[in-house]
Design a binder for this molecule. Sequence first.
Ligand code: TYM
Length: 342
Amino acid sequence: MAGMPSTTTLPRILSGMQPTSDSLHIGNHIGALANWVKLQDEAFEPYYFVANLHALTVPTDPAVLRRRTRVTAAQFIAAGVDPQHSALFLQSDVMEHPELGWVMMCLTGHGEASRMTQFKDKVAKGQNANVGLFAYPMLMAADILLYDAAYVPVGEDQRQHLEVTRDLADRFNQRFGEGGLLVPEPYILKESARIMDLTDPTSKMSGTNSPDKGLILLSDTDTRIRKKVMSAVTDTESEVRYDPETKPGVSNLLVIHSALSGERIEELERRFAGHGYGELKAEVADVVVGVVAPFRARMEELLGDPAELDRILSAGAHRAREVAATTMARVRDRIGLPALRG
Ligand code: TYM
């Protein structure tokens, strides 16, 4: 029988981001990227990728998709992903992703796929629903299961996708024998897992749905960042207090500050007692600028050296393919497909 999941290597972590806008935003950074960077320094073997196959579910001009794919990869590195340590790659470089995706589609009920909230929301908002969008979670399950990933660091909005992934891994193992695919655990940090739109703090900050003023992009200039934070929607009171139910705007600012500065929310509440929202906003803007400005510089440097970025992505693809091919050989064997012929 083709190789079982390896027990001799470190547990793997895996995560990805779609290149669906011109820049990642501070929600991507706080909800996911910051944890990718943290986990890469712990005892794991990390795999991080740009989900450009998933991005095809949103019709995009080819030149724009090409550019955004590279920008996203550069932004991973600018945020601190170390390509020497973490395998950093493009989903489109590892054909086992759509291959296992197909197997996952054949294990998923039509009704089950129809109940996915992200799909239902997107259709309700009028996005043209191609079959790729419908099958999105099965490709995502394949992304994860190919690497026997133990943990998947993502924001709260990905929780349902991870549940489907776990269900599919369980189903695969029940049908084709235990030890076939590793059932992954989500890695979602509570408070920072859902950063909200600055103009509408009851909706999540989203690169595809939020207006520009509601987003802090990792490519924004200092001036733009200050302007956006200073005009963030708050409430008619004046007390700086964390209460997402009744004070979503102020709570969002406190979460952003705390996630980036490391200062606890209770400490911020204490320090800002008796001060107005203007002062809180000014400090949040300083903290965000302090993180984004060096990030922006590093990103520009990386984009200025396309050959280096290509080298990094080739090395990452090579490492990813090795693992993906091993898992796919195991899957083929289990489900009754012949081994890939040379
Ligand atoms: P995507 O590209 O929408 O978002 C990338 C990551 O950023 C997190 N995120 C947020 N976190 C906190 N607050 C926010 N406002 C916010 N907006 C986005 C997301 O939770 C995510 O972690 N389906 C995935 C991409 C994907 C993937 C995978 C992830 C494809 N295959 C395999 C993990 C494993 C997505 O669309 O993320």
